[in-house]
Design a protein around this ligand. Structure first.
Ligand code: AMP
Length: 379
């Protein structure tokens, strides 16, 4: 009997545990919140990621450890690695935790990135805004996600407000300034690398965000073979450079037909949720296979799929459940503003069928605005 330990007990851990059940796996989840939603399916150790006693209890109960959350302190990951195999490795985690380190690595590997500058001080910010121009975005280097820890500088008069908002964090989490990318679309590539170096990726996914949070994903993205090949090459280079094991997502902007790398997520990713029903092997199962050294599953798609995120509160399930290709995922969380509480995936065999199903669901749920860009991309 193999027990997989997961640091972080949110919906990603929950879906991982669900996908690992057919493999006969057991799970243990470490989270500091006693009612973390993965706890409904996997026994929990409740404690902070820095709590030595909780980490020791967790380590004694698992054969291998992984993450549903990338901001686990590097020190805790290193402590754990002395006791159990940990994938992805603390080094990969450390790079992905720091926007400056990851963008520097992208650049070293020849992966195009938006203009960026390290911002240790107010003087550095003034100089970088002068060099990069406006608009630009000031972000925390560490601990930011879903658009949090970001300030958009629309004109030089915003620099004071940006520094007032994020300057106090310059010493603790660090800051980075990025040139604003006027992208045509946002894409992501979700990929997996096994312990033996085998690499596979799902087709490129197109993503739409609202207020910095993912709203909808469509796979496959309508891109030409050259763009698909370029995304795969970037993902493979990155995985090999980090000796990565497990699933990761590379978030990309597409501008003038060129891909610019925004961010590496060292874990299963929201833009890969459609793989549960839309692919031969889901990202969750392939992550487990990779971490356990099992053969990786085929990443080919079954038709087309669109994922819609439910933020704040779950809508009525009826309109999705009535669709032939409708799949419902309620994470069992209590409603809260801005919280990811569930998602739906609509799967179909043709773009027309998928667009029609999305239009019906959007109208029935009063979510026309959420489905509109996806329907437009399909028609
Ligand atoms: P992030 O947390 O870096 O993934 O940012 C969240 C979202 O903000 C992205 O998905 C984009 O929609 C937007 N964003 C972030 N960085 C940039 C940038 N440099 N230029 C334009 N939009 C950005």
């Amino acid at each position: 009997m193999t027990t997989v330990g997961i640091l972080g007990g949110g919906q990603l851990a929950r879906m991982m545990a669900l996908s690992g059940a057919p493999l006969g796996l057991r799970f243990r989840v470490l989270d500091n919140v006693a009612d973390a939603c993965a706890g409904q399916f996997a026994p929990m150790v409740v404690g902070d990621y820095t709590d030595g006693a909780a980490l020791a209890e967790f380590a004694s109960q698992v054969d291998v450890a992984t993450f549903d959350f990338e901001n686990v302190p590097a020190e805790s990951a290193r402590w754990l690695v002395e006791r159990v195999p940990v994938f992805p490795t603390p080094r990969a985690l450390a790079v992905a935790q720091d926007r400056l380190a990851e963008k520097t690595l992208f650049r070293e590997l020849g992966i195009p990135v938006p203009e960026f500058a390290d911002i240790p001080s107010r003087e550095a910010l003034d100089a970088a805004v002068g060099r990069l121009g406006t608009p630009c975005i000031l972000k925390t280097r560490r601990l930011g996600y879903d658009g949090k820890g970001q300030f958009r500088i629309k004109s030089p008069t915003d620099v004071d407000a940006a520094w007032a908002a994020l300057g106090p964090q310059a010493a603790s989490v660090g800051l980075i300034l990025e040139g604003f990318v006027h992208f045509e679309r946002e894409l992501s590539v979700v990929a997996v690398r096994g312990r033996d170096g085998e690499f596979r990726a799902w087709p490129l996914t197109e993503n739409w965000h609202v207020d910095g949070v993912l709203s909808a994903s469509l796979a496959p993205a309508a891109v030409d073979a050259a763009l698909q090949a370029s995304a795969l090459s970037h993902a493979r280079k990155l995985a090999e450079a980090l000796d990565y094991v497990g699933v990761f997502a590379l978030e990309l902007f597409c501008r003038d037909g060129v891909l610019l790398a925004n961010e590496l997520a060292p874990r299963v990713h929201n833009s890969g949720h459609w793989t549960i029903e839309g692919s031969e092997t889901s990202q969750f199962q392939n992550h487990l296979r990779a971490v356990l050294g099992l053969p990786l599953g085929d990443t080919r798609m079954i038709g087309l799929a669109c994922m819609l995120n439910w933020i704040g509160a779950m809508p009525d399930a009826g309109p999705v459940l009535r669709e032939a290709g409708g799949h419902w995922h309620d994470y069992g969380k209590s409603p809260r503003e801005g919280r990811k509480v569930g998602h739906a995936t609509l799967r179909a065999d043709s773009p027309v069928e998928l667009a029609d199903a999305l239009a019906r669901v959007g109208a029935a749920l009063g979510r026309e605005a959420q489905v509109a860009p996806v329907v437009a991309a399909l028609r």
